[in-house]
Structures are given as C-alpha cells and as structure tokens.
Design a protein around this ligand. Structure first.
Ligand code: NAD
Length: 128
C-alpha cells in the first residue's frame, strides 16, 4: 500500500473474469481516485461478478462496456483517455479451443493485435 490515490483511468479487458475481478478489487482498494473501465463480452465473466467486487470495495468508479476486443470501434471507445491498459480478455476454455480453434485464434490473437494497434494509434494521434 502506498499513498498514491491513483487519479487515473485503467482499462481492463476481460475484467469480469477470474483474474480481472480480484485485480479490480485491489486497484479500487489501493487507489480510491482511480476510474476503472472494463471491456468484456460477458462470454464467461458476468455483470454479477463485477458488481460483487465493486460493492465490496464501496467504489462507484467502475464502468462496464459490454463489447468484444475484436471490434475496433468498441476498443477505440474503451481506450479513450485510458492511462493504463491491462489486456486479460481471452477465450480461456480448453474444450472450446479444441472444438473451434479458429474462433479461439480470432479472439486470442487477432483481438490482442487489434487492442495493441489501437493503443499505438491512440498514442500516435493523441486522442488522450
Ligand atoms: N487463470 C489463470 O490461472 C491464468 C494464469 C496465467 C495466465 N492467465 C491469463 O490471464 C487472462 C485472463 O484469464 P482468466 O483466468 O481471468 O480467464 P476468464 O475466462 O475467467 O476471463 C476472461 C474474460 O474475458 C472475457 N472475454 C472472452 N473473450 C472476450 C472477447 N473476445 N472480448 C471481450 N471479452 C472477452 C470473458 O467474458 C471473461 O470475463 C488470460 O489471457 C489467461 O490466459 C490466466
């Protein structure tokens, strides 16, 4: 714990998931002035999972964008004014990756690439 109140904006993709929710709880506990924006398509994580961690922290500084990291427009909107991006969105199930490896690749590789290139675009063009 430090005395940094964290007056900044985090974007956490996949923030409703197993790793994302406790991470958000930790950020909100440590940095009360932080705004946490979550981009999640709710394929695995749920609104309730996020709501639980937000209620535990007592913070109202969390916003959920329900959307997909493969959607460039949504990514751009989500990245607006973000100081820090944590990219956790992924198809993590082993079974689905065997059943449909193309869909897995789309989400895990192309989604990540899209996120990275949008972040680069935002930095270069000074949107935030
Ligand atoms: N859980 C672990 O032990 C562990 C260990 C090492 C690395 N990781 C990595 O951390 C990341 C998160 O893992 P997790 O365990 O929290 O997984 P998780 O499945 O619990 O969470 C992933 C979240 O991403 C969302 N999501 C999936 N596809 C999406 C898409 N196309 N667009 C937007 N949101 C999408 C899901 O709804 C879910 O909320 C993954 O990259 C995983 O490989 C996890």
């Amino acid at each position: 714990m430090n005395d940094d109140t964290g007056d900044r904006t985090w974007l956490i993709t996949g923030g409703c998931g197993f790793i994302g929710t406790p991470l958000i709880g930790k950020i909100l506990d440590d940095q009360p002035m932080t705004l946490v924006r979550v981009l999640d398509n709710l394929s695995v994580g749920t609104r309730e999972d996020l709501k639980r961690v937000v209620e535990e922290s007592g913070s109202e500084r969390v916003e959920l964008i329900e959307g997909d990291v493969r959607d460039a427009v949504v990514c751009l909107r989500a990245a607006e004014k973000a100081d820090i991006v944590v990219h956790l969105a992924a198809n993590t199930g082993v079974g689905p990756s065997v059943e449909d490896p193309i869909a897995d690749m789309e989400a895990n590789v192309r989604g990540t690439l899209k996120k990275t290139s949008i972040r680069l675009w935002v930095s270069l063009h000074g949107v935030n």
